[in-house]
Design a protein around this ligand. Structure first.
Ligand code: NAG
Ligand code: NAG
Length: 493
């Protein structure tokens, strides 16, 4: 039998805690998209559209298999990471630095430029995703409304009793706004009343998509009445919250202390129930519309691809978390279909000066095996929450990684990455993933601050990130006019 002691305010907390999840915050604009393999994404709930989706996929797959010429040799292969809907950025690139390159008598023969795009769009509309970076369905069904919910219940066979652990904590993610009205502790029924001091703390780890941690801490020498997470039932109210367990080798959550488990629980109610019901009601319609939009997008992309012949569709769902996988797939494609010396990776929102890149390669004799040329971030702290949330790299800092606006690697490294692509674990972003992969083989690093990490303009820069299509056009205009994208004083412009 389980016993609950509810610590009503003001025992510990002083006030009910209102936890909000800002569900519909749009993904911050980093046009390249980027991201990690969305584990466990399933399309089960859309079975009604199944045959149709398959049809679209088959078209796409065939497209990806179109015959490729292999015999040409290139000095440099340029891979431009691009999200499916970034038509405008791609077109600006086609009319600026890429156009210049194609028309350049010498360079055009030496460089191959390809946009890297996920062959599959995410089949879940943005507003129905758990977060804007992955393709995971926010799967709320039959929400428990207008009543208090006890977050954890103990399975019957677990007898109570003190454990050894004096500090116990659990982390959870809130997927829809809830209000936590009380926190509580389990206590031993054989005790005469409850005569201990135990603190229960609730931490909020994140603003944007709420992640909370509850820590129970005994104030005396005795252990807590606690349970392993496998021995409790989580009452998720129909899917509004999810307990996060530390996976094998994963980082503990920011505020986790002591042993993972529960030594009590919390009571909550679901907020904005009417809005939730309305949202769930309109979901089927939304999914249908979304699938039809995806179909249109597929058709547009096919058209674009056959018109310009500069897109590589990689067999990946095009989300932010999947960008490292996009990159690995592109390396594989490059190795399988082309002969080349160097590979340059950049994003579709970057200004890039390929002529300057070539000049520098010649000037600095940048070739030879096992090298990596870029602007490196050193001792960059690992983020545990937010867009760059990293829970799988168990270290406080990343190994050196090049800024994503542009870097160059030698052929042997591309071959190594392609050859191991099936085994390489993908982390939170493509830049840090690359750093982690490279740490294993220790390439020669050429540090060069002309690959800019931030959106600034410097005369002589090789690349600079995060521009809008209009800004890119403008930079290139100045570059054409005066040879310098940053200023054009010479001609009074
Ligand atoms: C959604 O949740 C329900 C009930 O928990 C489950 O049966 C179903 O498989 C889930 N669907 C997806 C796509 O995760
Ligand atoms: C609980 O803490 C208070 C204040 O620190 C103390 O006065 C009290 O004796 C403690 N109670 C028990 C049962 O330890």
């Amino acid at each position: 039998m389980r016993n609950w002691l509810v610590l009503l305010c003001p025992c510990v907390l002083g006030a009910a805690l209102h936890l909000w999840l800002r569900l519909r915050s749009p993904p911050p604009a980093r046009a390249s998209g980027a991201g990690r393999a969305g584990a466990g994404y399933s399309v089960k709930s859309f079975e009604v559209f199944g045959p149709w989706i398959t049809f679209v996929r088959v078209l796409k797959d065939q497209l990806a298999l179109l015959p490729q010429w292999k015999s040409r040799h290139y000095d440099v292969v340029v891979g431009v990471l691009s999200a499916r809907n970034n038509h405008e950025l791609r077109n600006v690139i086609r009319s600026t630095w890429l156009k210049h390159l194609v028309q350049h008598p010498a360079l055009s023969q030496r460089v191959l430029v390809k946009f890297i795009i996920g062959a599959h769009g995410c089949e879940v509309p943005v507003e129905d995703r758990e977060d804007p970076y992955s393709c995971k369905l926010l799967n709320i069904t039959n929400p428990v409304l207008n009543q208090e919910i006890e977050a954890f219940s103990l399975l019957e066979d677990t007898s109570s009793g003190l454990s050894e652990d004096r500090v116990v904590s659990v982390s959870f993610r809130v997927l829809y706004p809830i209000v936590i009205t009380s926190l509580g502790v389990f206590y031993d029924a054989s005790d005469v009343g409850f005569q201990r001091n135990i603190t229960v703390k609730l931490y909020q780890a994140e603003q944007e998509s709420f992640e909370g941690t509850i820590v129970w801490e005994s104030q005396d020498l005795q252990g807590l009445v606690s349970r392993n997470l496998h021995k409790v039932t989580v009452n998720d109210g129909g899917g509004v919250l999810r307990v996060i367990t530390a996976g094998e080798g994963a980082l503990p959550h920011e505020f986790m202390e002591g042993v993972e488990g529960v030594a009590g629980g919390f009571i909550y109610t679901i907020q904005e129930g009417d809005a939730l019901l309305k949202n769930l009601h309109s979901r089927p319609r939304r999914l249908l519309d979304h699938i039809s939009n995806l179909h249109e997008e597929d058709a547009l992309l096919e058209e674009e691809s056959s018109l310009y012949d500069d897109i590589v569709f990689v067999d990946v769902v095009d989300t932010y978390r999947n960008v490292p996988a996009k990159l690995l797939n592109f390396y594989k494609w490059t190795v399988e279909t082309t002969s080349f010396d160097l590979l340059l990776k950049t994003d579709d929102d970057c200004y890039i000066d390929l002529e300057a890149v070539f000049n520098r390669i010649a000037l600095k004799n940048l070739d030879g095996p096992n090298f990596w040329w870029g602007n490196f971030r050193l001792n960059w702290a690992v983020d545990r929450t937010g867009k760059w949330q990293e829970l799988e790299y168990p270290s406080p800092a990343y190994p050196a990684f090049a800024c994503g606006s542009g870097y160059v690697i030698s052929r042997d490294i591309v071959h190594w990455l392609a050859g191991n692509s099936g085994r390489l674990k993908t982390y939170q972003g493509e830049d840090v993933s690359m750093g982690i992969w490279m740490a294993a083989i220790g390439p020669k690093r050429y540090q060069d601050s002309l690959w800019l990490c931030e959106k600034t303009c410097e005369t002589g820069m090789l690349s600079s990130p995060q521009y809008s299509p209009q800004e890119l056009t403008q930079l290139w205009k100045l570059k054409e006019l005066c040879g310098d994208p940053c200023r054009c004083e010479a001609r009074g412009g």
